[in-house]
Design a protein around this ligand. Structure first.
Ligand SMILES: C[S@@+](CC[C@H](N)C(=O)[O-])C[C@H]1O[C@@H](n2cnc3c(N)ncnc32)[C@H](O)[C@@H]1O
Ligand SMILES: O=C(O)C(=O)C[C@]1(C(=O)O)C=C[C@@H](O)C=C1
Length: 244
């Protein structure tokens, strides 16, 4: 994916507005997420492995909060040797969806990806074998998180899987400070200035509200997942595989 370098927060701003997935963010999104989320490329690439493992012929899979379709495309790679599978990829940002459709069209495959502009709170989940929710639940208001996870779980086939990747926070203040410091160091070594890091942090403050790993586990358990495993972790970012 050929994209512009992210310099959105490089100039000093008197007032930093709340972060939104608008045209400007979409135009640099691939570069932004790779330089901001430690392990992003690994988490996305492994979607193929999980898809190959859990999906059978005719499987219906979901990528909720698909952005530019990176997870859906990795998922597609794991479904290519099965028959009649399809992926439903959902995002509520018009700018994301229109670029995502273009990217998906450029990716030849026999696995259909249906890209929908929709709020994931309105997405009908049916007969789900694999659902990826990568770095998206964190943007939903806390009261909607239980509901969406419950809905995914109750419409997932026995043995089906949810891949949930998130930025997290820690109950222990010392650990919270340590992990955030390491995350900021990671961003700084990826070329972001102190100004960029602090302005983006302010922009995300009221928009991205992380949960603890414990909270994610209790939500998954209450939703009806029988197994949930922390399969990836780097600083304050995790990915969980939850099996129904
Ligand atoms: C950090 S990005 C996700 C990255 C993507 N999953 C990937 O692996 O590249 C979060 C995405 O969630 C979308 N989003 C946030 N809230 C949403 C909602 N309620 N319904 C649908 N999409 C939503 C945003 O538009 C954005 O594209
Ligand atoms: O830059 C940060 O600090 C982040 O939290 C990264 C993060 C995310 O986790 O979704 C935030 C917004 C953009 O979508 C890309 C990445």
């Amino acid at each position: 994916m050929q994209q512009k370098k992210d310099s959105i927060y490089s100039e000093y701003r008197e007032k930093v507005a709340d972060f939104v997935f608008d045209k400007n963010v979409v135009s640099v999104f691939d570069d932004m997420i790779r330089r901001s989320v430690p392990g992003y490329a690994t988490v996305v690439a492994m979607t193929k492995v999980f898809a190959e493992q859990v999906a059978e012929d005719g499987a219906v899979c979901y990528d909720l909060g698909c952005s530019l379709g990176a997870s859906a495309i990795a998922m597609r790679r794991g479904l290519e040797h099965k028959k009649g599978c399809k992926i439903i990829a959902v995002d509520n940002s018009e700018a994301m969806v229109s670029r995502c459709r273009h990217i998906v069209e450029q990716d030849p495959s026999n696995v259909k990806i249906d890209v929908r502009r929709e709020d994931i709170l309105d997405t009908k989940i049916e007969n789900c074998s694999l659902c990826a929710v990568n770095f998206t639940l964190q943007f939903l208001s806390p009261e909607n998180r239980d509901e969406i996870i419950r809905r995914i779980a109750s419409n997932t086939r026995p043995g089906g899987m949810l891949l949930l990747s998130e930025k997290i926070c820690y109950e222990d203040e010392q650990e919270q400070n340590f992990q955030v410091k390491m995350h900021h160091k990671f961003k700084s070594l990826n070329g972001y200035s102190e100004l960029e890091i602090s302005q983006k942090r302010r922009a995300l403050e009221n928009v991205l509200v992380p949960d603890t790993t414990k909270k994610h586990f209790s939500r998954l358990s209450e939703a009806g997942y029988s197994q949930f495993y922390l399969w990836f972790k780097c600083f304050n970012f995790i990915s969980i595989a939850a099996v129904k």
